[in-house]
Design a binder for this molecule. Structure first.
Ligand code: S3P
Length: 171
């Protein structure tokens, strides 16, 4: 089984979909932000504050190289900027979770833990800037993807089902 990697903007639901897939299939799942946090023993927010974004991106690169060399049969969820790693296509089948910017923000705000969801993401502090980043990234996500899933108004369960079906067809 080839790896599957989930890309998409912050808050689109990569982690929730990954967990749902792992609970209903033989895929294991890991998350690149979780790997970085445990490697540094620090939250992403702190890494951005103390070492800066450039350093964070170098940690993402380290993770990407490890994934390519050492991981298989796994569904990998990623931070929203991880798609920039040059070896993405070598790591996995790339699945883009797509949704309009306003829907993503609505989705985060509806979450019972919304405040923390917003606070922990350094690049979501200024929504105007985040929208600009979204507009810049969306065409790049689309270009890189082997499979696109429109997650708008769908539950994680529905998205996971669609993902497994599309991945099977793509293989
Ligand atoms: C980032 C997204 C975050 C995290 C970091 C940078 C980005 O992950 O990796 O704050 O550049 O879009 P989520 O997509 O899980 O929020």
């Amino acid at each position: 089984m080839k790896n599957v990697i989930l890309i998409g903007f912050m808050g689109v639901g990569k982690g929730s979909v990954a967990r749902e897939v792992a609970q209903n299939s033989s895929y294991m799942t890991i998350d690149t932000d979780d790997l970085i946090e445990s490697m540094q023993n620090k939250k992403i927010k702190k890494i951005f504050e103390q070492e800066g974004e450039k350093y964070f991106r170098s940690l993402e690169k380290k993770v990407a190289l490890w994934l390519e060399k050492s991981v298989s049969n796994t569904l990998i969820s990623t931070g929203g900027g991880f798609y920039k790693q040059k070896n993405l296509k070598k790591i996995a089948t790339v699945v883009f979770l797509d949704s309009p910017f306003d829907e993503i923000i609505k989705r985060i705000k509806k979450h019972p833990n919304a405040e923390n969801k917003l606070k922990k993401r350094p690049l979501l502090q200024d929504l105007q800037k985040a929208k600009e980043l979204y507009d810049l990234r969306r065409p790049e996500y689309l270009k890189l993807s082997d499979i696109v899933i429109d997650v708008t108004k769908k539950s994680a369960q529905e998205c996971a089902k669609e993902l497994l079906k599309k991945v099977k067809k793509h293989a």
